[in-house]
Design a binder for this molecule. Sequence first.
Ligand SMILES: O=C(O)CCC(=O)C(=O)O
Ligand SMILES: [Fe+2]
Length: 326
Amino acid sequence: MTTATENASAASPVPTTTIYGESPTDPLLMYGPITAARLPEGFERRPYQRITVTPAGTTIGAEIAGVRLDGDVDDDTMTELRQALLEWKVLFFRDQDISRADHRAFASLWGGLEQHPFFKYTQPGQTDVDVATLAKGMDSAGVENSWHNDVTWSATPSFGAVLRAVELPESGGDTLWADTAAAYDTLPQEIRDRIDGLVAEHDWLHAFGKSMPQQSVDMLRPHLPAVQHPLVRVIPETGRKVLFACQVFTTRILGISEEESTELLSILYRHIQRPEFQVRLRWRPDTVAFWDNRACQHYAASDYFPQKRVMDRISIVGDVPVGVHG
Ligand SMILES: O=C(O)CCC(=O)C(=O)O
Ligand SMILES: [Fe+2]
């Protein structure tokens, strides 16, 4: 191990050699403080008056009190919730003894509700789904234990999702979120300069295709082609840049060699997955989590099988991701 002084000096230097192949050292192999801001400089921030915001992580995750999650949230409270979501990326609400209808009404306040083409809904127009259904026949063994943003293979990936604990295992089944804005901000300048204008391809086939019969793949493909999104996405409300690539759905970065794409994506994924950018939620009955799918990734720990874990999930329609150059 190094001393504290060495740690501090090792924390900030930006590698001057090229990072791709030629550098003998990993640019992310740095020890010491990693400091990221919750909001970009200059973003107007008012104090919260309607809700109580208690940080759960350093830059990501806050517990919110003072609001009941149903369709009756007043405008001032909504304004503060919007602010809190931009600031903290994922909000946790405890003791929300709400119905499915309340859950849906709350989610509807944020935009249209989505249907996921890979879920089996039992009723026409249904938009809520329990996460056990996501496990596709694996009973209650969760399969969402890989870091991802939801539905990035769509031209308009979800704005966010509202997840409500229905039935929990005795232990395990936590969910983790990673702050992709803080991850972007703390990359060496050289990497930020390299990736700012790049575009990546996202494809559902990358994740779901493997477990699907070829016939189904052939049927779905014409309706769901691979899509392209900026690798660095700008959140319109704050002007904040976030990393927008995930190992589950991103196939490659366009316009560079396959080799460089693989290496660059691996650097970004490893950086996003640093614990400094994470918050971990220990669910309790009646806990609700609401995340901004544009600005964080998530991971559902699958460590409770054969116990059961049931979550109700509703996701909200998003818009076309905007890059650094518009
Ligand atoms: O079950 C969870 O904690 C999250 C699962 C997930 O990835 C999702 O709901 O999008
Ligand atoms: Fe997810």
